[in-house]
Design a protein around this ligand. Sequence first.
Ligand SMILES: C[S@@+](CC[C@H](N)C(=O)[O-])C[C@H]1O[C@@H](n2cnc3c(N)ncnc32)[C@H](O)[C@@H]1O
Length: 293
Amino acid sequence: MTLAASHPAGNPSAVMPEEVRLDQRDFAKVAAIVDREARIALQPTKATLVFSRLSRRLREHGLSSFRDYLTLVEADAVERAAMVEALTTNHTHFFRESHHFDHFRESVLGELQERVRAGHSVRLWSAGCSSGEEVYSLIMCMFGTSRSKARWAVDGDVKVLATDLSARVVAAARNAVYSEATVKPIPDAYRRQWLREEGADFAVVDDARRMVTARELNLFGEWPMRQQYDVIFCRNVMIYFDDAATSELISRFSRLLRPGGYLYIGHSERLIGPGAEGLVPCGQTIYRKEGSQ
Ligand SMILES: C[S@@+](CC[C@H](N)C(=O)[O-])C[C@H]1O[C@@H](n2cnc3c(N)ncnc32)[C@H](O)[C@@H]1O
């Protein structure tokens, strides 16, 4: 059975030879590799997406069958990473699921300010940050609407880690330059203060960029952090994983959070497994680790 036999709409013959097919065996192989490398669970309903995204990679390598492409992928770690990256979904936007940012401002910010005033460091992590909109939304919430309000964060030991599997989006998060359409959801008071025009685009100000460490990181690999975190955002990432992978990740997040720290997850995600036990709901898809410190 052929899962995705048709070419993307448009001008197929100019792009791919007519006979290129992604059959069930090819799809199963792609799914097994993506599961092994990133724990992403590809359902057969994604066959058309796999076909169209990987067709580009076949073209780049001058290959005319998925079988040949998969032989290359098995032999070449760089192409394997490129294939996994091509199959990630990086959709995001500024102030996505805005109730999380309301909660952060109203219930968490004061605590973080207190911690900095008491001489502690503050650490936040956007895990699966995509192109950085989530990261800078958080920082704008910390900065508020004026330079004086932002001083505690700019001058304090406050750092934000932004990680993703995809090198392309990590580079965009580090670059922090966004189109006019992309910055639209940012409230005006923040836009005026924390963005500057750069040609037709908008760059996030240096004070915000300096707080961010943007790194490639597979959530199922080694984590380099040695310190506990005050806040972790991992939103709209676990939807791509199966229950075993999600449960493993929740346990790791729970261990990394300091007692009293917060975990924010996406609207269609849920906490499962033993790691969820010490995480108490304190808002819509917001959890607080038991204890205080
Ligand atoms: C839909 S985006 C979510 C972006 C942002 N958190 C938000 O909610 O708007 C999901 C991101 O998770 C990343 N991702 C998927 N699997 C991953 C893994 N195993 N390790 C790290 N990042 C992963 C993808 O590359 C993608 O950028």
